[in-house]
Design a protein. Structure first.
Length: 99
């Protein structure tokens, strides 16, 4: 699955490898630094963040906060959804990287 990774000073596209749901969850946790929380976005995509980012005193992520319309701390990922499953980041988010 492809995800848009929003770090404090960089935006990139990454591949999340997972042979099964458990492996995918572990890969997502690794990317954000802890247990995941999903933040619904207005277009059906979700932002995945560390649910304890504020408690861990991660720095405020201004770009992710602007997109989600709430305060986000630390690294964030944007992926698409298909019901309860995650899928590739929607193409519209990749347009930001083509400017």
């Amino acid at each position: 699955m492809r995800a848009l990774k929003i770090e404090l000073n960089r935006i990139s596209v990454i591949d999340i490898d997972g042979a099964d749901v458990h492996a995918e969850l572990l890969a997502l946790q690794h990317e954000v630094g802890g247990y995941i929380e999903t933040v619904p976005l207005h277009d059906g995509a979700v932002m995945i963040v560390d649910e304890e980012g504020l408690l861990k005193q991660y720095p405020h992520n201004g770009i992710a906060s602007l997109i989600s319309k709430r305060h986000i701390f630390g690294t964030a990922l944007i992926v698409g959804t298909d019901g309860d499953d995650f899928e590739d980041v929607p193409e519209q988010y990749l347009e930001w990287l083509r400017v």
